[in-house]
Design a protein around this ligand. Sequence first.
Ligand code: AMP
Ligand code: ZN
Ligand code: FE
Ligand code: FE
Length: 333
Amino acid sequence: MKISVILGHPNKGSLNHAIADITVQTLQNNGYSVSFHDLYEEGFDPVLPCEKVMSGLIDLHVHTTASDGTMTPEQVVFHAAQCGLQAIAVTDHDTIDGVEEALAAGVKAGVEVVPGVEISVDYMGEMHILGYFIEPQNPELQGGLAKLRHYRNERNPQIIKKLRDLRFDISIDEVSKAANGNVIGRPHFAAVLKQKGYVRDFNQAFDWYLGEGRPAYVKKERLTPRQGIEMIAAAGGIPVLAHPKYLKVNDSTGLEELIRELKGYGLKGIEALYTTHSSGETGKFCDLALKCELLITGGSDFHGSNKPEIEIGRGEGGLTVQYELLERLKVKR
Ligand code: AMP
Ligand code: ZN
Ligand code: FE
Ligand code: FE
């Protein structure tokens, strides 16, 4: 049965995500084979036109200068307010240094700020685990983050060495300066390479030198997925699998198995709504979340002008994440 017959014209915005969720579940319970995938393939828009004006929109994946974004936590929060967002989660790579400033700015700007983090763990390359509502002072979290800083500090001079062997004039001081005293990531190396005219842009820096398998790539020691998830959970946080599109797994059965394994460690959700997910992928990941009884979250991965094509809350233009998803997250706290 075609989903458009049952639900009207989804591409006219006649449903919101919550209603769609309930509808899909009800239909499935009654033996119909419908899925989010069908909905999104039909051009389903999860936000009503009137809701777009009234907001209720959020972004649960945002970077600041505490990692490799270009806006300070305060600037990000005010930018979110300007863009009409009701809530954002600050999710810097392997650090919570931006959280306190963002929380304070949230009060001033009238934007709800969720304290968060994005931890890189080891899985066929890299897997990213988002953590929401973490307690910043938690000793296990602090200990884990210190370990991650240590791994980075071991790796970064090795990248410099490789770049210098490639005859680039680059020093760790220049990269530290680009990071402005914050956690140094590969994007800061990219920034220096760009600034010195060695590459045209960030993508070229990664494609030619810094990306996995490229001549200046150095593998960083990482936590296991289990350690990453447990560290977030220990700090009272909700662990969520970030951008599943970028996970390297063989096929969709492989992905489901992996997600069930992660759930065994304490995973609570999947970032099914993400800037570069196609409508088909969004539907597929929503279905997977539903099937595995996990929450759905969504975010843009905003990095300011380091990723100029991504706008907060809107991604490359097609992303909408509703406040409803944050409410469901809060229930799991
Ligand atoms: P690091 O944690 O220091 O290894 O840096 C990882 C970050 O570099 C990622 O979170 C992305 O923001 C960025 N990055 C990784 N690969 C690429 C790529 N191919 N193109 C652009 N940015 C990338
Ligand atoms: Zn980043
Ligand atoms: Fe990520
Ligand atoms: Fe990110």
